[in-house]
Design a protein around this ligand. Structure first.
Ligand code: PLP
Length: 416
């Protein structure tokens, strides 16, 4: 397939062209799944070798001071803070997104309990772990102190009454790619006396964010998606300074203690964002993420966002011009302000089409029952990759290649 010159020209003029080479990507492959697992940054490979051979291998336990391992969660947190519009001292890198949700949900409920507020409003189609974590907290606290109310997206604002403690949402829907307006929803929640928790799993590293300016209370997000920190990379948690020291989260491990190395028999929460730490950080994993963030140095998130939208526009418009377009339902909004960094297409044969595309070296993923997801990651995708992905999809659907039996077989483990 010959890529049109007009598309090659977009790659030639791409202000982010220089970041592509900072990743190791398999040859001849279009990787449109960086919204699920970012690829390997060369800097992370190098840092892992260094940390393993010198720091762990030679310097051993002295590395906690010598290589400042002990401050890694704050240091990486402050680097992530820059990507989400937060002043330093409000983000730490630690644990998983799910665990961090538990911490901020607990804090928010404690802050709101004296006001008689106990409901958590969320969306029915939020990422399941977010809802599950509320269920877990509910099993500890009971319905009078923690009650989950999940509603349809268009009922969020009308559900805010004086029983609501928290509005807990994911900015970009993992299935449809629909993007919420954080500023408007945060304002509405605050006007109703509720706090907000934003899950930025599909936003951090994908678009500019201004958490401080938008007066967000708490946020969490993933290290292994758009931040490219590697499989199972530690997550992050944001708590606005005004909430520090007001109440403490209940996973009171020693790393969140005001003075962990005094080994006191009783817990005193650190007065800072450190209180969101729990146990010893995973130094190897966090070092890989730290190095992965180098790619963002000098990158304007506005430029990144503009390229992300241009890539998803190119993809949608290329498909729209094809006859097979009528077989798909576009789940992702066309309006830029409502679109995240992915495109979701529903098709009755979505699973088999996904498998056929992967076999054709275009890596994407599928979400039951019928959603095919394409992630657009401007740091390492070229316009040509996106054009090629669209051509492959068109060919597979036109020729019905996906009907071959090997593409319908269910796989064990995550469906990608
Ligand atoms: C990927 C994702 C998570 C993942 O949570 P982990 O605890 O890191 O597994 C959470 N929330 C959303 C919205 C996600 O997309």
């Amino acid at each position: 397939m010959k890529c049109p010159d007009s598309i090659r020209a977009l790659d030639r003029d791409d202000p982010l062209a220089h970041t592509i080479d900072q990743f190791e990507l398999p040859a001849q492959t279009q990787y449109l799944d960086g919204n699920s697992l970012g690829p390997l940054p060369r800097a992370s490979r190098q840092r892992l070798a260094e940390v393993t051979e010198q720091q762990w291998g030679q310097d051993l336990i002295t590395s906690w001071n010598k290589h400042d391992w002990i401050n890694l969660p704050r240091k990486v947190g402050d680097r992530i803070a820059k990507l989400i519009g937060a002043a330093p001292g409000q983000v730490v890198c630690c644990d998983s997104t799910s665990v961090n949700l538990f911490k901020v949900l607990s804090t928010a409920l404690q802050v709101q309990a004296p006001h008689g507020r106990h409901r958590i409003i969320s969306q029915q189609d939020n990422f399941p772990t977010d809802l599950y974590m509320v269920e877990g907290l509910n099993s500890l606290l009971g319905n009078n102190r923690c009650e989950l109310v999940s509603v349809h997206a268009d009922q969020l604002i009308s559900s805010l009454d004086d029983s609501v403690a928290v509005l807990m949402l994911t900015q970009v829907n993992f299935r449809t790619g629909h993007c919420h307006d954080i500023r408007t929803l945060t304002e509405a929640a605050h006007q109703a006396g509720a706090l907000v928790i934003w899950d930025l799993a599909h936003s951090a590293g994908a678009m500019p964010l201004s958490l401080d300016e938008w007066q967000v209370d708490f946020a969490v997000g993933c290290g292994y998606k758009y931040l490219n920190g590697g499989p199972g990379a530690p997550a992050f948690v944001y708590a606005a300074t005004r909430h520090h020291g007001v109440s403490s989260q209940p996973l009171t491990g020693w790393m969140g203690h005001a003075k962990p190395f005094e080994f006191s028999p009783s817990y005193t929460a650190a007065p800072s964002i450190d209180q969101y730490l729990c146990g010893t950080p995973s130094v190897l994993a966090m070092s890989a993420l730290d190095a992965a963030l180098d790619v963002f140095d000098g990158v304007s998130l506005d430029v990144l966002r503009a390229k992300s939208l241009a890539l998803s526009d190119l993809f949608i418009n290329t498909l729209r011009a094809a006859d097979c377009w009528q077989e798909f339902t576009l789940l992702t909004p066309m309006e830029h302000t409502r679109r995240g960094s992915q495109v979701a297409l529903a098709h009755p044969q979505g699973y088999a089409i996904t498998q056929a595309l992967i076999a054709d070296q275009c890596v994407i993923d599928f979400r039951a029952p019928d959603v095919i997801r394409f992630g657009f990651t401007p740091l390492y995708l070229r316009y040509e990759d996106v054009w090629l992905a669209a051509q492959k999809l068109i060919r597979i659907v036109d020729t019905q290649t996906y009907l071959q039996p090997e593409y319908s077989r269910a796989k064990a483990g995550p469906v990608t």
